[in-house]
Structure formats: C-alpha cells, structure tokens
Design a protein around this ligand. Structure first.
Ligand SMILES: Nc1nc2c(c(=O)[nH]1)N[C@H]1C(S)=C(S)[C@@H](COP(=O)(O)O)O[C@H]1N2
Ligand SMILES: [Mo]
Length: 418
C-alpha cells in the first residue's frame, strides 16, 4: 500500500483509521500494548537451527489451514474426497499439500520403477515407456486450474454447504511440468482415421475417459511434476494426464495406458457419470470445458469479517476453461450496483485469476456476489438462469453466481436471492 501513494490508498487508510481511531488511542492510553513494549522470548534467545526434518512445514500457528471433507457426502468420504481451503489462500498457486483430492478407489501407491506408460490401438508402433524413457522427451511448464466436474454440485437445488471450501473447493491451480502428448504420439505414429484417445489410470478404479485427439494434440500433457516437485501420490504420482480447461474427471491420475481409436469408448465415467441430466430426462454428454466461474473467498462463511467498519479487502478467484478472465464485477447489495474488481497477478489461459475489491465497509448488512466475464465475452450466469435451462437434476457444471449474506457482525452465510 505505502509504496503506491498515487492510488490515494494512503489517504483512504488514514481516514479509515481516524474513524476508528478513538478506540485505538484510548486503548493505548489505558494499557500499553505488550506486543510492542515487552521484549518477546524470540528476541532474547538463539532460535532453533535449520529444519531437521529435511522437508519443511508451515508455522504451527497456521495449523487451521487444512484440507477438509464433508462427512455425510459419500459413504466412503474419508477415502474419496476432500476440499482445498481456498479461503485460507491468496495469490493463485495452490500449495501441493492443500490440493483437493478426489479418488474413486483410494490412492494408488506406485513404485515408479514398476510403473510403465503403454500406447496401443491405432498406432504404427505399440510402445511401452519407463519413466526414464519419458525423461528424454522435451518438456514444458504451464500453470493450469483443475476443477472437479462436480464442484458446487451440491448447490443445484439451493444453498446447502456453509463454507466456500465446500461449495467451491474442488479446484486447484499448480504449475505442471510435463511432456506434450503430441510428442509421445508422434513416436508411436498415428494410423489414418485415428481421432480419439482413451486414457487409463493404474488405480483399482482403472479410471478411463475418451478424449478427442484434436484436444490431445493441441495442449494435453503427461505431467510428472507439480509446483516443481514430483506429483504427490494423491495427485497421480508418478504420471498424470493434464487436459487444460476441461473437467477434472478427464485428468487421469496414475496414468498407465493411452489407446488410440476412431470413436469414443463410452466408459462409465462418460455415460452413467459426468453427463448432465436435463429436465426432460435426457442426458447431455461430452460437456468437457469448464465454463467461466468466480467466487468471493473472503469474506465468506468460514472467513467472517473480524474488524469494524472502514477499509476492507474483499477477494476471490475466477477462472474459465475457454481462456482468461479479463473482468470480474462485484456487488455488495445483491445486484443493484456493480463495481469493477481489480484483477491482480498473472493472467494466463486455463489458470486461476485473483481479484480484489478494496472498499470502505459501512458496517451494514451486505449481499455479496462476484460475476466473471471470460476472454470469449461469456458472462457467468445466475443460478436461476442455469436452472431455467438445466433444471434441478444436475450435479455437474454448476458455474452459477454465488451469494454470501453478511450481517453487521461480519458473519457470512450461504444464501440465494430469488
Ligand atoms: N485414475 C484416476 N484418475 C482420476 C480420478 C480417479 O479416481 N482415478 N479422479 C478424477 C476426478 S473425478 C477428479 S476431480 C480429479 C481429482 O484430481 P486431484 O485428486 O488431483 O484433485 O482426478 C480425476 N482423475
Ligand atoms: Mo471429479
């Protein structure tokens, strides 16, 4: 703030503190603040040495920052799902240990020496690669979000989960290091008529998805690192498919086989699951790209406002499976007035974007919403607009606008405006 006096932010802060200043001044007069007047223990003694574990952890004072699950969500919720604490994070990168997890048969604990990637089907040469073989292909680095197709899926019929971690936390955004799949397929040689790829995981679910070859050859990766280090076991160690902008279910973890064909396979995860049940009873399939979406992470039910009226920072995340997010608008009054949020940090296709709205809270109730516009011009719809077309039987692809009601105490609640 102080290094940007041009914005007028300093004057604004001063004004705000002066408004609440009576309080601060009288407190100082009554009892000195020991955090400034006393010599703290960590100033008197030599601290502990360098990290002995060899792999560092966050400060113990940050222990509340945790992936969490919703106990009633699935019968086997402990082995199958948890959520990223997006209300505890800032910037755009998700730390590896906080990336949400979704497993259909638990984590495959793979010995990399015993892992192979096989390419078969409509290819000139069927191939099997060791990890060492793969390390000799040229690699690339890209930051991408991955959103579970069912993120916000529990909110179709109305507000249900009282926390942004649970309504929007099936998303993470990391830097992948991986091999363009195009290069691996060039090595195998595609036969004429090849147009689809089946990706298969090595977990007990043997998860399989059909993906059009156009997408595969365009930008898909076989990734082996996230944020510089090896993939975590829960995120697909040692290999995972990266399908930029498309639904999380297609990002096959523990990747072991790529089959080339000329039509989709209609696997379980693209027929009975991950299709969109419409009001007339038919199911929409192959809705792969994740539509533009945004959410205010702070304040939110798990992150209430803890200060009085005056300057405050509202922040959140926005993303689109079709490009970047040039614009997010914010309303404090349930949509009567909209304000342009300040986009901050990198803006690259298929990655999370961070927005801020810095304003002066009057201490009154608010109905907060954010609305994303992506680089194609598409505007995030209201939940009612989505329901008009899709009905209420859906689980997947809910990108509707989220509303938080904030009371005078700063507490927030998941609500909808009708
Ligand atoms: N092999 C395999 N791949 C998988 C899954 C799985 O259970 N097995 N789950 C899918 C689903 S539904 C999602 S949302 C993402 C979750 O990835 P994450 O655990 O890294 O967040 O992986 C996808 N890939
Ligand atoms: Mo998912």
């Amino acid at each position: 703030m102080a290094d940007k006096p041009k914005t007028g932010r300093r004057a604004f802060l001063k004004g705000g503190l002066a408004a609440a200043g009576g309080l601060a001044a009288s407190k100082a007069a009554a009892a000195p603040d020991t955090a400034i007047t006393k010599v703290q223990p960590w100033r008197k003694e030599l601290g502990p040495g360098v990290d002995e574990s060899g792999y560092g952890l966050p400060s113990p004072f940050e222990s509340k920052v945790q992936r969490r699950n919703v106990p009633w969500l699935t019968v086997d919720t402990k082995t199958s799902i948890n959520f990223t604490p997006i209300h505890h994070l800032d910037g755009t990168i998700t730390p590896n240990g906080l990336c949400f997890e979704r497993h259909h048969s638990g984590v495959a604990e793979i010995d990399p020496a015993q892992h192979r990637l096989m390419v078969n089907g409509m290819v000139e040469r069927e191939l099997v690669f060791t990890l060492e073989d793969l390390m000799r292909f040229p690699r690339e680095n890209h930051v991408y979000f991955m959103e579970c197709t069912a993120n916000s899926g529990m909110e179709w019929r109305g507000p249900q989960l009282n926390g942004v971690q649970f309504t929007h936390g099936m998303i993470h955004n990391v830097q992948y290091t991986g091999i363009p799949l195009r290069l691996i397929l060039e090595e195998a040689g595609l036969k004429p008529g090849a147009s689809w790829l089946l990706a298969e995981g090595a977990d007990a679910a043997a998860m399989t998805r059909s993906i059009p070859l156009d997408k595969i050859l365009d930008d898909c990766l076989v990734a082996f690192r996230q944020n510089g280090e090896a993939l975590r076991p829960e995120n697909g160690y040692p290999l995972r498919l990266v399908v930029p902008g498309w639904e999380g279910n297609m990002w096959i973890k523990w990747l072991r086989r790529l089959e080339i064909g000329d039509k989709p396979w209609h696997a379980r995860e693209e027929s009975s699951k991950y299709t969109d049940l419409m009001p007339d009873g038919t199911a929409r399939r192959f809705t792969w790209a994740m539509d533009a979406k945004s959410v205010i992470t702070n304040p939110s039910p798990q992150a209430p406002i803890t200060h009085g009226p005056g300057p405050m920072i509202l922040t959140g995340l926005a993303w689109s499976g079709r490009g970047t997010i040039p614009r997010v608008d914010i309303t404090l009054d349930g949509g009567k007035n909209w304000h342009k949020a300040r986009m901050d940090g990198p803006s690259t296709p298929f990655a999370l974007h961070r927005f801020y709205y810095d304003f002066n809270w009057d201490g009154g109730e608010m109905l907060l919403q954010s609305r994303a516009t992506d680089s194609t011009g598409y505007v995030q719809p209201t939940k009612d607009a989505l329901r008009t077309i899709r009905g209420v039987n859906s689980v997947y692809h809910n990108n509707g606008i989220q509303t938080w009601f904030v009371n005078e105490l700063g507490e927030a609640e998941n609500v909808e405006i009708s």
